[in-house]
Ligand binder design. Structure first.
Ligand SMILES: [Zn+2]
Length: 338
């Protein structure tokens, strides 16, 4: 992945101020690569961790995993200049046994665009043609930039890993985060009953607008969850970790599943073992998603699934965009227009 033209570059691990706009040289795409003129990108917590120096990535690095734009020049016959495209943010070698079996997330060369390579917050990006998909026609550029990483992650978590069904209940923890908002949308799309938690009253109200049946304060939420359901929920959607995991496990129904993609409150958590085995519970991990899951997600978007855009900033104001994410004020995705 080659990021070119004006780009938001992580240069110093000092938070949002360490991400600066720089000019990168422009080149022509090699064979098998597509040059995409980026119209919009969006940022994730990954970019913040990068900016704060928590990811052990050596700068400089162009940030952002999510990008949409117009094919500028193509080194692959599948795409031609003018095509409107969205970038699949999982990096892999496409050649190993896992990739050939469709399991890109298990590739030994697995990575995330904008973390393990330069990212989408730039004017022009060269990507492997296999990472290029058609942009959903019904979405604006800003909306289309708002879904790839969070919706792909939440899609795999709920569909592939937790196998959430229409007749089940799901509890989404920390409802303002991009991945949690994606989970609410996808769970509603599946047809499940959705409950959420958030510390913020405003975010609880937004989650109810999106179709959550009830929204609980984060403090000791399992009591409220058990009162609102007969025996707890079938699936808990986790990304917070130690601060909420015990309450998440207390919220589970018999045979319930906790599925997690992150641990924003720390890396070590304690589990009360009997809650796991007596209740026949499952604890499931998940990261990003496969190309086939991205395609299934694109089809669901064509059938009406919609991302939520929190706010839009021009590329030049990337520091303000990162600061908004840093303050955890957002509900949905913070988008950059280019
Ligand atoms: Zn591979």
């Amino acid at each position: 992945m080659l990021s070119q033209g004006r780009a938001a570059v992580f240069e110093e691990p000092i938070g949002p101020a360490g991400v600066r706009i720089r000019e990168r040289p422009r080149t022509r795409p090699s064979q098998g690569a597509v040059a995409v003129a980026v119209r919009a990108a969006s940022i994730n917590h990954l970019d913040l961790w990068l900016a704060h120096g928590a990811q052990r990535i050596t700068p400089p690095r162009v940030i952002a995993a999510d990008g949409v734009g117009i094919v500028h020049e193509s080194g692959d016959p599948a795409w031609k200049p003018g095509d409107e495209v969205v970038i699949f943010p999982t990096l892999c070698d496409w050649e190993c046994e896992w990739c050939r079996a469709g399991e890109n997330v298990r590739c030994p060369h697995f990575g995330v665009l904008g973390e393990h390579s330069d990212g989408t917050a730039c004017e022009l990006i060269h990507v492997d043609a296999r990472n290029v998909f058609r942009k959903p026609a019904g979405l604006t550029w800003e909306e289309a930039a708002a879904f790839p990483l969070t919706f792909l992650t939440a899609w795999r978590m709920l569909n592939t890993r937790a196998q959430l069904r229409a007749d089940e209940t799901v509890l989404v923890i920390g409802a303002g985060a991009g991945v949690a908002v994606a989970a609410i949308q996808i769970a509603k799309h599946i047809g499940a009953r959705v409950f959420v938690t958030s510390r913020s009253e405003a975010k609880r109200a937004r989650a109810l607008e999106l179709g959550a049946e009830a929204a609980f304060d984060s403090a000791g939420f399992s009591k409220a969850v058990r009162a609102a359901t007969t025996d707890g929920v079938d699936v808990v959607f986790e990304h917070v970790g130690p601060a909420t995991l015990d309450e998440s496990m207390r919220s589970l129904a018999m045979g319930g599943r906790i599925v997690t993609c992150g641990s924003t409150s720390g890396v070590k958590a304690e589990i009360t073992m009997p809650r796991l085995f007596f209740r026949h519970a499952s604890l499931l991990g998940s990261t990003m998603g496969n190309a086939s899951e991205f395609e299934a997600l694109l089809k669901a978007i064509d059938r009406g699934l919609r991302p939520v855009v929190d706010s839009v900033y021009p590329l030049d104001e990337v520091q303000a965009a990162l600061t908004r994410l840093d303050a955890a004020e957002q509900f949905g995705k913070v988008v950059l227009t280019i």
